[in-house]
Design a protein around this ligand. Structure first.
Ligand code: SF4
Length: 209
């Protein structure tokens, strides 16, 4: 019997840089691993979804990495950081901090998909206030919002949890929040529901503890 091989969905983007862009080489390499009638899905989170044969996943990841593409799992994981275009310059807008934060959290397994967003100034092009976890660089510090929601009739902006963090504090707090959610969230419980269930004060105590 001709058993069909399982397909695995990968989320792909060009990594954190000046905007969500791909170059011609990257596009060419992606298309090498697609058949003529395969489709790419554009998501609202600066990722492309591509389906590849399960047996080719590691090879594809390697080939994509060689041309600067980043691959992430799809499903109940922390998504790669959505960012702004860093229009005022990489250093001024904290691009290295965004890259490091993304490295630490993207792809971590969680009860339900977590959308983190980063923006380099209060203009907020990365839309941090309407995502689960939002970071906004304000002057020389990093303000952290949680519980934003862009979709649905109950859409809302996030709550300012901590302000003017230095990079190490930011990494530590965000990683702790994700660990707490991963450990105590119910299966498929969205991040905002989890925050509402346990309460902000409780969360702050757990972060401090
Ligand atoms: S958030 Fe600020 S720094 Fe980033 S792209 Fe928008 S205006 Fe530029």
């Amino acid at each position: 019997m001709n058993q069909k091989e399982k397909m695995v969905k990968l989320a792909v983007n060009g990594g954190i840089s000046f905007g969500a862009k791909l170059n011609a080489k990257q596009l060419a390499v992606i298309s090498e691993y697609m058949n003529d009638d395969d489709e790419l899905e554009f998501t609202t989170f600066q990722q492309l979804y591509i389906e590849v044969l399960e047996s080719k996943v590691e090879l594809v990841k390697e080939k994509f990495k060689e041309v600067g593409l980043s691959c992430y799992p799809v499903g109940n994981f922390v998504k790669s950081l959505r960012t702004c275009n860093f229009c005022k310059g990489a250093e001024e807008e904290g691009m290295p901090v965004a890259i490091e934060l993304n490295k630490r959290i993207a792809g971590k397994p969680v009860p339900f998909t977590v959308r983190p967003a980063y923006t380099g100034c209060p203009i907020g092009c990365g839309e941090p206030l309407v995502n689960d976890i939002g970071v906004m660089k304000v002057r020389n510090g990093y303000d952290l919002y949680i519980g934003g929601k862009a979709k649905g009739m109950d859409a809302q902006t996030g709550t300012l949890l901590m302000e003017q963090l230095i990079p190490e504090q930011l990494y530590e707090v965000v990683e702790k929040i994700i660990d707490i959610y991963a450990e105590h969230g119910k299966k498929r419980e969205p991040f905002l529901k989890f925050i509402n269930r346990i309460g902000l004060d409780n969360l702050k105590n757990q972060i401090a503890g």
